[in-house]
Structures are given as C-alpha cells and as structure tokens.
Design a protein around this ligand. Structure first.
Ligand code: ANZ
Ligand code: ZN
Length: 802
C-alpha cells in the first residue's frame, strides 16, 4: 500500500472540483435550497490567519452534508476589500490601493483554495469592483431619497493619527481601534444614516430569527431600549427643564439637577447666571473629551453649580440646585437629569464630592456607604403618597400622577445612535451626491452610477481632515443634475461597513447588470439559512446589515423582513500559551505551514476537533499531530477491507449510532464530538481486525465533509462509484441504534441476589435504576445505606450496603 500523501491527493481533488464546478449552486429552483454564509474576509496584507478557517470549515461541513442530503446549496465567498489598512499600506508604500487589494486577494484566494473549501467560486464578489459598488451607491441613494441619509454637524471621534472620523464602535477604550492612537472630539459635517428609525423593529424582529442567545442579548443591549418618563422641572425665572428618568418613583429623592455642558438652557438663561465665565471654562474643557472619557473612564466626577438659578422639585416643591457636569451627555434623553444620589452611583459620588443632601427613598440599602441601586424589591419611604409601595407600583402611581398634573409623559429611549456614514478617506465608495447652491443636495442620476473613484496623486487625507478627493478640483467641480447650474461633489467616502451591509444579496445573482439581484433569485434564496460569524461583529455589521435589509424590505425590494434566519458564532483560536495570536507576541501560526507539513485535511480535522466550537481555544501543535495520526490510520484501513455490502453483526448497532451522532452533531456545532465518534468507530474497526465494504462506505461518507480529500481518494481507490460528494448522506435506523440487551448478576454484600436486563453499554446509573425497580433485589437493600458500587459493563453489578 502506498503511504498517505496529502500533498498529492489534495491538489488533485481541488483541481477536479474546480474544473468540474462541483460546488456551484444551481439555478434550478424546484429543489429545496440551503444558503450557508460566512463573513467574507477582509484581504489584509497578512494573509490568512488560522482563525479564519475555523468558521469556514464548520459551515463547509454543513454545506457539504446538505448537498449530500439533496439540497441546492449556496455557499459563496467574496472580498470585503475597502478600508483603512489597505489605504494605510498604500500611503506608506506608494502603491495604489487597488493594486494592494488585488495582490492580497490573490494570496487569500490561493490559501482558501488550498483548504478545499466548497465555495461557489463562480459567484465571487469584491466590494471594490465598480460593478459591485454601483449598487452600494444605489442603495445609499434610496436611503437618501427616503430621508434616512442626512447631513449634520456632529461631534465625531477623530483619530489623531489616521486623521479620520471613527464610528463610536471603532473607538475602543478611548483609542483608535485600528492604530491605537488617541481619539479626540471634532465637529464635522457628516453624512448620517437614521438607523434609530429602525431601533424598535431591530429589537422586536429578533423574535423572528434563530440566533444564539448571546447574540440576541448583545444586540438588545446595544440598541438599549429603556422605558421611562420625561418630567418637567420649573426653573426660578420661568423656564422649565425636562429630564429623562427611568425611575420616576425616586422623584422625592431628587436633591439636585444636572444638565449637560452642551445644554441650550445655559445660553437661554445667561442673563440670570452669575458665574457664566466659570461655566464657560468648564464647558470648553468638556468639549475636548470623548463621550467615553466623560462616562466610562471618569471615576472622579467634575462639575460646576449654576449660580443665580434653581429648580423646583415637582414632588417636594423644594428648590434644588442645578449643576453642569460632563457625566450627563447631551446625546441621550433630554441632556438633563434629576439626580437621586441615594439610588444612583454616579449621583452618589457627585453628591459626596459637592456636599449635597442624600435622601433615602427606597428602603433596604445603606446610603451612608453608597447608593442603593439594586432595589427592585425595595419599599418606598420619605415619599409622601407613594410611601409603602413596591418600586414597580410606585413607578406606576407617580407616573399617573405626573401625567394628571401635566408634569410628565412616558417616553421610550434608545441608546442606539444614528450611524456616522462619512469617512474623509480615499479607499471607499464615493458618496454619489452633488451640492448645488440652488437645489441643495442632488443625487447623481442612476444611469451615471457607478460614480467611479477618481485617480489621485496621493491618498493622504488633507490636514484639514478633508478626503484626498477634495484636492481634485476638476472632479469636484461639476454641474447640478437638476438645474444645470454649478455644483460640487461630495468628497467623503463611505465607511467600510457599507459594502458588507448587503453583500449576501449580491451573491444570489452576482452578475446581474440590471439590478443588484433579480426578484426570482431573491425570492428563492432568501433568507440566508445559516450565517456564522464573529461575536465582534454582533453590534456593528450584524446590526447594520439587518438595518439595510429591513429598509430594502420596506421598499419592497427584498422578500423577507430579516436577512439571516440563523446566526451562530465561533470562538477564537489563541496562541499555544492561551494569548491572542499576534505578530508582536511572535506566536502566529501560518496556515500555509500547517498545510504543507500535515495536509489540509489534517488542518480541517484539527480545527474542528480542537474543542467546543463556540469557545476560544489555544492552538496545539501536538493536537495537529494527533489529527494527522488519525488520518494515517484512516488511510491504512484499506488493508482491512473485506467483502460485504452490509454491516457485520458485531458492529451494526455501532454503525447506526455513529451515523446518528455524526448527523446530529454536524448540525448543532458539536463538530468535535462528531469527529470523536468517527475516531471511536475507527478503533472498533481496528479491534475487529476487519471492516466490511459496507461499513467502510458509510465511514467515508461521514468523514467526507470534514476531510473531503482523503475521503474522495479512498472512495475511488476502493472502487465505489462516482465521487463521494455526489453521494447521498447515510441514514440510520433508530431501532438499530439501541444496544443489545444483556443479563447481568446483581451481587449484594458478596451474594448474588438476582439479575437485571440492561443494554450492553448501559451505565452504572442505568444499572442502579433497574436494580431499584426490581422488587426482589431491592428487598435486600431497603432501609440500608449503599456504601460502595462497582459496575462492570456486561459482567456484574456489585453493591455493598450497611
Ligand atoms: C433618576 C434616577 C434615579 C435615575 C435612580 C437612575 C436611577 P437608562 O436605563 O440607561 O436609560 N440619565 C438620563 N439621561 C442621561 C444623560 N443624558 N446622561 C447621563 N445620564 C442620564 O438610564 C436612564 C437613567 O440615566 C435616568 O434615570 C437618568 O438617571 C440617567 F435611582 O433618573 B435616572
Ligand atoms: Zn441645482
């Protein structure tokens, strides 16, 4: 027998699959479809990371299995290729980002192909292709037409190094997620997308989909729905301040108010304010800080009391002071709060620092030590007509009272902010709008799309923060499509999240010139049946793409309210020492090296066997070797094959159980235990010293989604017909998964007292239950204590009682 040589056989099968288009999705819409999706990669200069193939292989297993089960499977791939790292590389090395992208894509492509993933390469897409971004621009214009894209002066997070505005999500712990440099606030005119208009639907429709629970929870938290009240406080001098509170029940404990530094009231009441200069200095300082610094980071509360005005607590009718402090954000609620230091941590710290009264209004805590916040079960005190009520009842009663008095109204708020959609960078989709003095913002006519990214001399953003496109005067200066007058183009480009917000729609009809996809194909393929991706994309990409999809659904363009029926997520692959893999730690494992040394099948088996798919796991080179040994033993099985289409009597139950186990585990993210079952079966073949052709056939079919190359090769070598991926997935017979029943003796304190009938693989627990159910045996232990149990499967059940 020739030895197992993955290098040779893997390349051979990859070429055959490629040439014959084995994994192309068919346009035959009579078949039941299955759309499997992984997050298309960003083709970075580093090439493929060992983390990439984990989700890709997992869904490849599912896709291959579903094809064998008769589904028309779409498992596409493409490139999410606009974005900062490519642009930064291009600037540094003076190479056009398009060239950089092409090079990176080539490398990624050959790496992915070497893994034997069953992608439909005929549908490959690239977000930087004009044929693709034409439709990204088209969707943007739809959003613009419906009033969901608007331009607004907004304080943005400004990375001092990349010189680019960042979305909140791109700022991590106050620094730029990409380069680690300091992020400051800067006021800029930005295109914004009104994702907030979809906040409620984005929460509610989570009920329609089958996402793993932690994804649903993260999405809900990010959207941050909260139910509360807007309450009016009279100001001495006539005005009112409206606050947003989720705890109207604590109104009697509101001992002061705080407004955000940006609150317009300061300007309105400036004639009454006595310490305006002091306030202005404070406000100026606050403006420099990011929201993150103001809220999360600031342990020490700062603020200034507004001298000259005060507010009236509508419940106690007492006058309370008003402060300006940066722990209150203008961008949430009304930008003003009633401070209840007895029951809110931030208010408590602030009150301590400024020597303000702290009143307990919910009993059960110790407000000397700190705010009593976890008080859902508490009882109201010091609160007049709501005293003695539980929090929930008190909330309801005071809400009604405030409504009757005309002092408040119920209000739902969301943490979710509109999406800052402008980037002042080169390597992105140009925003297809023209500004005209007379007509305002006018869309580039549809027939002129795509609006191509023009060539520039250099890709550096300008120091003023404009995109490099602003420097190309003859591109910027144009005519207004509406009135023919003078106009100039928007020079901002779209953020990297744009292209990935709808890519799954393009896959269903990637070469369509008339539309981003035909109605028939959208109707047939949507929704995506199973989408797997990283947890880090739960609040950004997943939410953004659900938003775009919902918008397109409302426009009648896509057939389903939700894009993805099912969402799962994988854990990360860490370095051998349990740290994140990174260049600086020098612990990066290169997939190319693993494939070269052990083969792609070993790599695939290893990544699926490495541990619980949903958890992060450290890489282990020994583990890789173990998986290679497994495949070596699979290869050697050839010499044990004997004639016989069926299963041998000793292995029949085992075969059926394994088919069932593997079939179920591959559907429920338990790839590791599915593979373990195959390893056990292999051991059983070896112990038996033989394997029938029928058994080998099934074994290879079950193995094929995980290790497709070796499975194809052995299939051919053993003379089975066709290619293995064209075969039907094996079926099991439930009746035959039940172990043979056997009789064993039950011995109590050394004497045989009876016999029980138990499955040959029954456990000690099974034996105990059967023993207890047998009255005659149970007699001997009734009222006594079992001090020891020894169960030898298939032989005897020994009990010692006292
Ligand atoms: C009084 C109160 C008493 C509050 C208490 C909390 C606890 P969520 O759940 O996040 O919506 N708040 C309102 N607007 C704010 C702003 N712009 N900046 C900072 N804080 C703001 O939280 C709502 C609560 O956060 C509101 O309820 C308000 O404080 C504060 F025992 O009002 B609460
Ligand atoms: Zn005009």
């Amino acid at each position: 027998m020739v030895g197992y040589n993955p290098k040779e056989i893997e390349k051979k099968w990859q070429e055959i699959w490629d040439q014959e288009g084995c994994f192309y999705a068919s346009d035959d819409k009579s078949k039941e479809k299955f759309y499997a999706l992984i997050e298309f990669p960003y083709p970075s200069g580093q090439g493929l990371h060992v983390g990439h193939p984990r989700p890709y292989t997992a869904l490849d297993i599912v896709a291959r299995k579903r094809r064998m089960q008769g589904y028309n499977v779409l498992y596409p791939i493409g490139w999410d290729a606009f974005g900062l790292p490519t642009e930064n590389y291009a600037i540094k090395n003076k190479i056009h980002p398009r060239v950089v992208t092409e090079r990176n894509v080539e490398r990624f492509k050959s790496q992915l192909k070497a893994l034997g993933l069953s992608f439909d390469w005929s549908r490959e897409i690239n977000t930087t292709d004009p044929d693709y971004y034409k439709w990204t621009q088209w969707i943007f214009l739809k959003l613009f037409e419906k009033g969901l894209a608007y331009k607004k002066e907004a304080a943005i997070n400004w990375c001092t190094d990349c010189k680019v505005g960042l979305a909140n999500e791109e700022v991590v712990n106050g620094v730029c997620e990409r380069c680690g440099a300091e992020v400051v606030r800067k006021i800029k005119n930005q295109w914004m997308l009104k994702i907030t208009e979809y906040a409620e639907k984005l929460i509610q429709d989570l009920d329609l989909v089958d996402y793993i629970e932690r994804v649903k929870i993260q999405q809900k938290n990010w959207i941050g729905r909260s139910e509360g009240m807007e309450v009016d406080f009279k100001i001495t001098g006539g005005e009112t301040i409206t606050v947003y509170t989720t705890r109207p029940d604590t109104l009697f404990g509101a001992t002061y108010m705080v407004i955000a530094p940006e609150h317009p009231l300061i300007e309105e009441l400036k004639d009454h304010i006595k310490n305006l200069d002091e306030l202005k200095a404070y406000i100026e300082n606050a403006n420099k800080k990011s929201d993150f610094e103001r809220t999360e980071m600031a342990k020490d509360k700062t603020g200034v009391k507004i001298e000259g005005i005060g507010a009236i607590n509508p419940a106690t009718k007492e006058e309370i002071p008003i402060f300006v402090s940066d722990y209150v954000l203008m961008s949430y609620g009304t930008g003003a709060i009633m401070a209840v230091p007895g029951h809110d941590d931030r208010d408590w710290e602030f009150a301590k620092k400024f020597g303000l009264p702290i009143v307990e209004v919910v009993s059960g805590g110790n407000i000397e030590e700190g705010a009593y916040t976890d008080n859902e079960e508490g009882i109201l005190v010091n609160s007049d007509f709501i005293n003695g009520l539980k929090v929930k009842e008190a909330k309801e009663k005071i809400s009604q009272w405030l409504e009757e008095q005309g002092l408040g109204k119920r209000k739902v708020n969301y943490k979710l902010r509109d999406w800052v959609f402008s980037r002042q960078r080169y390597w992105g989709e140009p925003i297809p709008l023209i500004h005209c003095e007379t007509c305002g913002w006018v869309p580039v006519p549809e027939k002129e799309l795509p609006l191509l990214l023009p060539e520039v001399e250099s890709y550096e953003p300008t120091d003023t923060g404009e995109s490099p496109l602003a420097k190309i005067t003859d591109w910027v200066e144009t005519t207004c499509p509406k009135c023919g007058g003078h106009g100039h183009r928007e020079t901002d480009t779209m953020p990297q999240w744009a292209g990935s917000s709808w890519y799954f729609l393009r896959y269903v009809d990637p070469h369509n010139k008339e539309a981003f996809a035909s109605k028939e194909n959208l109707d047939y393929w949507l929704p995506v049946d199973w989408y797997n991706g990283g947890m880090e994309h739960t609040t950004l990409h997943l939410l953004y793409s659900r938003f775009w999809h919902k918008f397109l659904h409302d426009c009648g363009i896509v057939p389903t309210p939700e894009p993805y029926q099912k969402r799962t997520s994988h854990g990360m692959i860490l370095g051998e020492n349990n740290e994140k893999m990174s260049k600086s730690r020098g612990n990066v494992v290169n997939p190319d090296d693993i494939i070269k040394e052990f083969g792609a099948d070993t790599f695939r088996v290893y990544e699926m066997f490495i541990g619980d798919f949903e958890k992060s796991v450290p890489w282990s080179q020994n583990g890789v070797k173990g998986c290679r040994r497994f495949l070596d033993r699979v290869w050697k099985l050839q010499s044990l094959v004997v004639e016989g289409d069926g299963f041998s009597p000793e292995l029949e139950t085992n075969m059926h159980k394994t088919i069932k186990k593997v079939s179920e585990d591959f559907e429920t993210l338990k790839f590791n235990t599915g593979i373990a079952a195959l390893m056990t079966l292999l051991n059983d073949f070896n112990s038996a010293g033989k394997v029938t052709k029928g058994e080998m056939r099934v074994f290879l079919l079950l193995l094929s989604p995980v290790a497709p190359h070796i499975a194809e090769e052995l299939w051919m070598k053993l003379g089975f017909e066709g290619m293995i991926h064209q075969q039907s997935w094996p079926k099991w017979d439930d009746a035959k998964t039940i172990e043979k029943m056997i009789e064993i003796a039950v011995q109590i304190n050394g004497k045989v007292r009876g016999k029980i009938v138990i499955p040959s693989d029954g456990t000690q627990e099974d034996a105990r239950k059967l023993m207890e159910a047998d009255e005659k045996i149970f007699e001997f232990i009734e009222g006594k204590k079992i001090v020891k149990e020894i169960y030898v499967p298939g032989r005897i059940y020994n009990i010692v009682v006292q």
